[in-house]
Design a protein around this ligand. Structure first.
Ligand code: SF4
Length: 375
């Protein structure tokens, strides 16, 4: 029988803590409580327990750039401030030579990873993306490429008239290392209809991820919150991810994303998420998603101060330097669009954690970090 710390005083949370300490998955009713409690210090004790059991005091970060190759998108989701129609003012498409130039510059500056997502642009066929990945790998075979959301993969396959498996196979052969978790938004059909009516349904997003995991690709999963969703929608979203993870073990990281509504077609209940909301969402995610190894805080979405605080509420991945991020900044994020490695390391050590530089593969550097932490 594991003894719970006396410092967890909230009665209902002690009951949930008992399950967590015994290694029993919490249920949906428990998630509801975690998402509404005001006892955030107790919440932090439980989510920190899970976090340190998995990762000690290591806090991962990446030295990376973002490549948003085009903002021309056929879907024009109401939630999106980034996309444009073809020919509209501000619409752009990066040529492969532009991408090559950017990556060469980043590689010379010591970047480990390139993160690539963009709009659904019918002019771009699969060979454009294959060539993009090949050219990046030619610049530096060691650069890790995380690219293309499930929404993009579904679109590429349809646009090319081939299967998702074949699409993934060709991209992997060209250098794809992992997939980001974007496009999940919130799975609830009712909310999805309002925020992204033309985007693939949540069930299809999960299906694409299932296929990706079957090919051996590891992926992230995201959840967009603080727009029109309810607590039940959040619990449903987390449950579906947890169920798929039971089946595939292909999700490496879960990334909750607070919605930024500026320049979008969505009027969220609140202009920005509250600090308590962020803490509840991240802690509940860490505790509920016991089978997903990493919880990532994107400091560009949350602000670096909140992201730093969340290291005590379940977060072990502090995201990356992300030079050139465009998507959340189009929606009014007030953070810088680039952070230096020193900036990230300082925030992590200042919170009492040990910075571990890694990529989305959580590779050799991570293993060394864990060894030092005695895990
Ligand atoms: S969210 Fe993605 S799919 Fe929707 S309009 Fe923006 S770029 Fe296109």
């Amino acid at each position: 029988m594991i003894k719970l710390p006396d410092t967890i005083t909230d009665k209902a949370l002690r009951r949930i803590a008992a399950k967590v300490y015994e290694g029993t998955p919490v249920n949906k009713a428990d998630a509801g409580l975690l998402l509404t409690t005001n006892s955030i210090l107790d919440l932090g004790r439980i989510s920190s327990y899970v976090r340190t059991r998995l990762h000690g005091y290591a806090a991962y970060y990446g030295v990376s750039i973002n490549l948003n190759f085009t903002n021309i998108c056929t879907l024009r989701c109401p939630l999106c401030a980034f996309s444009r129609d073809e020919g509209q003012e501000g619409a752009y498409l990066l040529q492969l030579a532009d991408i090559e130039r950017k990556v060469k510059k980043a590689a010379a500056a010591g970047v480990d990873e390139v993160h690539i997502v963009g709009g659904l642009n019918p002019a771009l066929k699969l060979d454009y993306f294959e060539e993009m990945l090949r050219r990046i790998k030619k610049i530096s075979p060691d650069i890790f490429i995380t690219a293309f959301t499930a929404v993009e993969i579904d679109y590429f396959a349809k646009n090319e008239g081939i299967s998702v498996e074949k699409t993934l196979g060709r991209l992997i052969a060209a250098g794809l290392g992992a997939m980001p978790g974007g496009g999940a938004e919130i799975f609830s059909p009712r909310v999805r209809q309002a925020i992204a009516p033309l985007k693939i349904p949540g069930s299809r997003w999960l299906e694409i991820m299932r296929l990706a995991h079957k090919t051996g690709l590891k992926t992230n999963a995201t959840m967009l919150y603080n727009h029109l969703e309810t607590k039940s929608d959040i619990i449903d979203h987390l449950s579906r991810l947890r169920d798929l993870q039971e089946e595939t073990q292909g999700f490496k990281t879960f990334v909750p994303l607070p919605f930024h509504g500026e320049n979008t077609g969505i009027k969220a209940r609140r202009a920005g998420s509250t600090g308590y909301d962020d803490i509840r969402i991240y802690s509940a995610s860490r505790i509920f998603l016991h089978n997903i190894p990493h919880i990532k805080a994107l400091w560009m979405y949350l602000g670096e101060r909140m992201a730093q605080v969340l290291l005590r509420f379940g977060v072990d991945d502090f995201s990356g330097t992300y030079g050139g991020e465009k998507v959340v900044h189009a929606a009014g994020a007030g953070t810088a669009d680039h952070g230096t490695e020193a900036f990230l390391k300082d925030l992590i050590t200042n919170a009492g954690f040990r910075p571990v530089r890694t990529t989305a593969a959580y590779g050799a550097r991570v293993a060394r970090g864990r060894q030092k932490a005695g895990l």
